[in-house]
Design a protein around this ligand. Sequence first.
Ligand SMILES: Nc1ncnc2c1ncn2[C@@H]1O[C@H](COP(=O)(O)OP(=O)(O)OP(=O)(O)O)[C@@H](O)[C@H]1O
Length: 249
Amino acid sequence: MTRDIDTSATSNGSAETVFRTRGLTKVYGGNGTAEVRALDGVDLDLPEGELVVLLGPSGSGKSTLLNIIGGLDHATSGQAWFRDRELTKMTDRQLTRYRRDHVGFVFQFYNLVASLTARENVALVTDVAADPMDPDEALDLVGLSGRMDHFPAQLSGGEQQRVAIARAIAKRPGVLLCDEPTGALDSKTGTAVLAALEQVNARFGTTTLVITHNAGIRKMAHRVIRFHDGRVAEIEQNAHRVSASEIEW
Ligand SMILES: Nc1ncnc2c1ncn2[C@@H]1O[C@H](COP(=O)(O)OP(=O)(O)OP(=O)(O)O)[C@@H](O)[C@H]1O
């Protein structure tokens, strides 16, 4: 691995920078309750098209960052941009639109509709998106072409998570934000989920951020960001990436 010394070098609003933050801070509590600085002045520049792994101890601010740049939460102070648009100036309505048009989310728990098949779960999104993929294409991409008519209860955890990934990518988002996507999975099923993320990133250039506690996953990333106490402690770029199929934990 080579150390990336200056990640702030990308120029402001550059087309190559997908997310930029300056002094991004999130404080919970206060007014009599203990204050928690979940994010404490984060400066980041993330280039378009990378697969980025976010590591760090529990409570170090990873999810808080993802939620703010995903338009799910507001910062207390500082700024965050998606390409040339400042997220930290947006109203709730603008953030909803931003999420709908640009962001795919994958969480630890798959949140599939139990009464709908895999194909129908994906179609829930493609029915309302501007330029969606065909649900079958999205499911094929994550290796589930043989499972399209299965209900969630008929699928393994890893397969359900791949349906969730298909649902997230079917609207062709610019960014895919994943919060512990393999957190509930064993190594074998988790590997198939990582392979699906790798495939989406490579095929469409979708900038993909993955929060994980499995440090082995860092090997598949272009860039690894370590958080500590609400700050970026270290950023590394992988000179030699390892494919998802070779990762074990
Ligand atoms: N809604 C909230 N109210 C109060 N404190 C919060 C809230 N959400 C998060 N926090 C606190 O902010 C800090 C950062 O939390 P965050 O979830 O971003 O960490 P994390 O690195 O994602 O942790 P984990 O790996 O356990 O998911 C923690 O101390 C957490 O307790």
